[in-house]
Design a protein around this ligand. Structure first.
Ligand SMILES: *Cc1c(COP(=O)(O)O)cnc(C)c1O
Length: 369
């Protein structure tokens, strides 16, 4: 028995932009969400799961976890997690939220669910490398456009691409730079297709579009538990948007993408550790300020970051990064980034790690001078 969320039956707020046409996607029409009804029973013999229990070594390694969490399929949808996400983001209706195994997966699924092979996805470049990757694996054409000289998105160019999906990353990875409110608003007002704002680093930034996403109609905001919340290993990301859009993404995704332990970890963190996270995000912002001035003091020109990393142009970045790795610190090297050239992307960390990183960077640059 399934419980379809009444595709298209949910109407947008009067001010919202209408859904783009051609939704649902051709061929998805007959599909409905997999949502088995699971009444509380003594023995669930409906899913072919192991009725003798979980492997003892796993149960032991996971200490206090109820073995049923291990042996049974998780609930679909994961209501407690969706409600925790909605609360954390100030979203009033949990139907405007969906979660999956990382926001990567949501980007992948939205390219299938909201676009068709041959459609375009437009984005400013350089940005998150998985976007053109997933575009290609889903048969979409990525249209990579230059940023403005001060690292804002070029709204004219993005709108002129007339793409099915316009991807904005705010703050942007790998540059760390924010987008101006004016540019985002203009793209939201004028883009013909769906706009996605990737907010993987929103907790380190001053602006989020999560609230607008609930009512806009054509905006999907993606966020993650992987960065500020410190749960990258658990693989949980989420999207906020109009329920009718999320429904299409959910159809493309299919059920059971979040493991029960990941669900538990994300729900617990959102419910009990938002204050811990905010303190750590404040630590990261302080570290970012420190790292940025240390790099400036070295005569380098780091980009102004609103994320938990700093991109700094250096010549011969791969060789410098390799040398730093020998000294015990791994940073990400980029070669010939458009508008930047060679650069290192350095994640911020506690003061001791940052001072060691700067010392190692100075040494490595001296060797390569
Ligand atoms: C890290 C990152 C993600 C990945 O998030 P997951 O939830 O771990 O899949 C998404 N977008 C950007 C821009 C990122 O930097």
């Amino acid at each position: 028995m399934t419980n379809d969320t009444n595709r298209g039956g949910l109407t947008a707020a009067p001010s919202a932009r209408p859904l783009p046409d051609a939704l649902p996607r051709d061929g998805y029409g007959p599909l409905s969400l997999y949502a088995p009804v699971r009444p509380a029973v003594d023995h669930d013999l409906s899913d072919n799961t192991n009725q003798w229990g979980a492997p003892p070594s796993v149960a032991a390694a996971l200490g206090g976890v109820n073995p049923v969490v291990l042996t049974q399929y998780p609930a679909q949808p994961t209501t407690a997690l969706l409600e925790a996400i909605a609360r954390y983001n100030g979203v009033t209706d949990a139907r405007a939220v969906m979660a999956s195994c990382g926001s990567d997966d949501l980007l992948d699924c939205m390219m299938r669910g909201l676009a068709r092979p041959g459609d375009r996805i437009a984005l400013s470049w350089p940005s998150f490398s998985m976007v053109p990757y997933f575009a290609r694996t889903n048969g979409l054409e990525p249209v990579l456009l230059p940023f403005t000289h001060d690292w804002d998105a070029n709204a004219d160019a993005l709108l002129a691409a007339n793409a099915r999906i316009t991807y904005l990353c705010a703050p942007n990875n790998p540059t760390g730079t924010p987008l101006t409110e004016r540019t985002v608003q203009r793209v939201l007002d004028e883009a013909n297709g769906v706009v996605v704002i990737d907010e993987a680093y929103a907790e380190f930034s001053s602006r989020t579009w999560a609230k607008e996403a609930e009512t806009h109609g054509r905006l999907v905001v993606t966020r993650t538990m992987s960065k500020a919340f410190g749960l990258a290993g658990m693989r949980v990301g989420y999207a906020i948007g109009h329920p009718a859009l999320l429904h299409e993404i959910e159809i493309a995704r299919g059920p059971y993408k979040i493991g029960a332990l990941s669900d538990l970890a994300a729900t617990t963190a959102l419910t009990h550790d938002a204050a811990w996270m905010r303190d750590r995000a404040a630590d990261a912002i302080a570290a970012r300020t420190w790292l940025t001035s240390a790099l400036l003091n070295m005569g380098l020109a780091p980009l102004p970051s609103e994320a938990n990393f700093v991109l700094v142009p250096v010549p011969d970045a791969s060789a410098v990064a390799a040398r730093m790795a020998e000294g015990g610190i791994l940073v990400r090297a980029f070669t010939a980034l458009p508008g930047v050239g060679d650069a290192l992307r350095i994640t911020v960390g506690p003061p001791g790690v940052m001072t060691r990183c700067i010392a190692l960077l100075s040494e490595s640059l001296a060797v390569h001078a």
